[in-house]
Design a protein around this ligand. Sequence first.
Ligand SMILES: Nc1ncnc2c1ncn2[C@@H]1O[C@H](COP(=O)(O)OP(=O)(O)O)[C@@H](O)[C@H]1O
Ligand SMILES: [Mg+2]
Length: 391
Amino acid sequence: MPVSLLIASNDEHFRETVRENLLNIQNSKVLSEYPEVSSTLYIRVLQDLERHPEAALVMDMSYDSEIALAALQKVKQAVPELYVVASNYQADGETVLACLRAGASDFLAQPLKRIEFRDAIQRLESAPRRVSTTTSRLGKIYTFLGAKGGVGTTTLAVNFASVLAQRKQQTVLLDFDWTGNEVCLHVGAAPQYTLMEVGENVGRMDQALFEGFVTRDPLGFFLVGPPDALEQRGYFTEPMFREFSTFLVEKYQSIVIDAGKNINDDVVLGALQASNTIFLVITQEYPAIRDAQRYLSFLMRTGFSQDQIKILINRYQKKNDPFHASIEQVQQTLNQAVYYGIPSSPVFLSAINKARPMVSDREAAAELDRMFRSFVDKATGVVREAVAKSA
Ligand SMILES: Nc1ncnc2c1ncn2[C@@H]1O[C@H](COP(=O)(O)OP(=O)(O)O)[C@@H](O)[C@H]1O
Ligand SMILES: [Mg+2]
């Protein structure tokens, strides 16, 4: 059985050494690297195991062993059958025992030695029950990222969250477009509390507190975004987001994020990293396609995989003209399949004027509504018959 590893370490050198050691072992590869051993590690691990149930985890415990042990325990609670190789510079009996008690299957002393590493991989290969059967009950994070302003990122994120809420999914919609802050405009909300208050209270966040101060849309989803005054972005950092997202995926089924177009914002990058699916929103106009190309290559360099990213064409038109690229041209330029096309319709504009999402009025544009819902079906893996029954 081939060996697939997930590597968690705060130390880049450690991750590199594991990768190098693996080069000498046939049929082996690194699937993911996590640059931080923290209480939210299990979320990333669960997300990766969904796609690669055969993977094992190599975990560096040396940065802060107390945090690392707690993180390991959480990982093992979430996936009891996961094979974990713990590693530390300290390799005295007590350290090793603590790792084993927290759920490690094996232990490697640092600095890593080639022979010891190879032996550990052999033990891993011959270990029974290596495929994790846990399907995660964690909520899914769907992030809409615009390759450009004005392509319809907010419109699509808002309608996506709306459909999920209509399907009685516990849904949270986050607005991370700090300057735009337009989600509330699309749904006619005037939020009293913002991400600033979320950040201030993230350490003691629970469902009662969260639902007590964020806005609830009539369709049922919860909504929180940035402060409206532009001079205060509000103190909301990437580590805060990570803590917040752990809470969200534990308590809600779907988290939808309007990331705007600010791909190099730390919080947005953190959100992209935590996402099960990233929708890169474009139009068929050349500037959008060109920016999408830059975004995609940045994401690839940052360690994202192509299957996490789905290309969404908004204002999609079939008909060829000199100002719009065809789907084939888009796919060729981006070297990736187009996931879905949402047609252009004035109904989106009138929806904004009414300050209610397009999908909230199912009669207004039945065909558009149907197309949008089938996009949501595809994205959430819902089978058609099941939808027909529940509708
Ligand atoms: N498929 C569409 N057809 C027609 N108009 C659209 C469509 N999607 C979005 N729009 C309109 O385009 C404008 C910009 O959309 P918005 O979602 O705010 O873009 P972004 O968030 O990318 O800046 C809005 O007025 C919106 O109603
Ligand atoms: Mg927007």
